[in-house]
Design a protein around this ligand. Structure first.
Ligand SMILES: Nc1ncnc2c1ncn2[C@@H]1O[C@H](COP(=O)(O)OP(=O)(O)O)[C@@H](O)[C@H]1O
Ligand SMILES: [Mg+2]
Length: 255
């Protein structure tokens, strides 16, 4: 049986952080947990994740100092394959056995040929949502659709899907957060304990890098906790601890 795990930060809503968090998670597992990571970008036609990689490569070519910094990492960048949703399953199967983790960035809509078949073949789906009614209303039917073919349904490898808060603002809408989590629990949709704070840091270039590890400064953000929690779910007994991720980054920085 293949040990490759297929993961997506996915939802039926645009702008909730799917691409950002797919990159952050792929980079954390690649650099900090030293997993063999590949990424499939099937958010056709934008391919924003692949676009970010292209821009970074161009910058590296134009800037020898940056290129030397990359060389000094001693680690190749993870591959990013851009394709359409209907091709993604074939691409995913080609990567099977060659990588530990394959992250898949999808479009924010269910109305794309092949997307249901693709979701069925992922191991875990993490659904970011924001504290607004539109985001919640888009996530519910998505989760309900996933529920029909998860947890051992014939022809599906999807084990579980989880909702989590992105762009969380501590001082706001406490009741909205609590009520939504309670409602989701009633619908048998689990929520991650980790919440990603709303922060301008997530818009910074260094936070969206597909070629460099996260710096220590950013690991103080709640992304560390999210990666730790995801790691526990994906690998069961041997989670990547947030504390370990910081320690590894410090070691990398001294190279
Ligand atoms: N936690 C966050 N705090 C602030 N801005 C965020 C956060 N997460 C994502 N963003 C921003 O939200 C916008 C949409 O994110 P993106 O990852 O492109 O969403 P999607 O892929 O779901 O359309 C981007 O400008 C991104 O920088
Ligand atoms: Mg996106």
């Amino acid at each position: 049986m293949s040990s490759t795990k297929y993961i997506s930060i996915s939802s039926q809503k645009g702008g909730v952080g799917k691409t950002t968090i797919n990159i952050l998670a792929a980079s954390a597992f690649h650099f900090l947990a030293k997993q063999r990571v590949a990424v499939i970008d099937c958010d056709y036609p934008q391919h924003s994740l692949n676009g970010l990689r292209k821009k970074e490569l161009e910058k590296l070519q134009a800037n020898p100092e940056k290129a030397a910094e990359f060389q000094a990492l001693g680690r190749q960048a993870y591959p990013i394959v851009a394709c359409q949703v209907k091709e993604a399953l074939t691409v995913a199967k080609q990567l099977e056995g060659k990588y530990d983790l394959v992250f898949i960035d999808t479009p924010g809509t269910i109305n794309v040929p092949g997307i249901l078949e693709l979701w069925k073949q992922l191991d875990y789906i993490f659904m970011p949502l924001e504290a607004d009614i539109l985001s919640v209303e888009a996530t519910l039917p998505f989760a309900q659709a996933l529920g029909k073919f998860s947890k051992g349904q014939p022809g599906s490898r999807l084990k579980q899907y989880y909702a989590f808060w992105n762009k969380h603002i501590k001082s706001e809408k406490q009741e909205f957060y609590t009520r939504t989590e309670e409602y989701f629990a009633e619908q048998d949709i689990p929520f991650l304990a980790s919440r990603l704070e709303h922060s301008v840091n997530y818009k910074k270039e260094a936070m969206r890098s597909t070629m460099f590890p996260l710096s220590k400064e950013f690991l103080r953000l709640s992304i560390s906790g999210l990666i730790t929690e995801m790691s526990g779910i994906i690998f069961g007994t041997a989670p990547v601890k947030a504390a370990d991720t910081v320690a590894v980054t410090e070691a990398d920085a001294t190279l």
